[in-house]
Write a protein that binds this ligand. Structure first.
Ligand code: SF4
Length: 99
């Protein structure tokens, strides 16, 4: 029995279109930012951003959404439970790790 793995292919970058297609395959009531007032996800207030981020925790597409937010370097909005300041910190950490 071989334990060799097939060659790995690079993962395609997650795009907002891929996220949209994934979201549209879910019942809307399972997607918190669709089922509730979506303004919460784009509030400039940190307390509201944290509330939105907590609600993302129950979303079935959280990981893909976070990856899409990072991929497009979204300056606004909570994406996959990540606030804009969380995203900037993750980006900075990634840059520092690459040095
Ligand atoms: S993870 Fe959050 S922002 Fe992304 S689709 Fe789900 S509820 Fe909306």
């Amino acid at each position: 029995m071989s334990t060799a793995h097939p060659p790995t292919r690079p993962m395609p970058a997650i795009t907002p279109e891929m996220l949209r297609d994934l979201v549209l395959r879910q019942p809307p009531e399972r997607i918190p930012c669709l089922a509730r007032d979506g303004e919460l996800w784009f509030s400039p207030r940190m307390a509201e951003q944290r509330k939105a981020a907590a609600l993302c925790g129950a979303c079935p597409v959280t990981h893909t959404c976070r990856a899409a937010g990072r991929a497009i370097r979204a300056a606004y909005g909570v994406w996959g439970g990540e606030t804009p300041s969380n995203r900037r910190r993750s980006e900075d950490a990634g840059r520092n790790a690459a040095r």
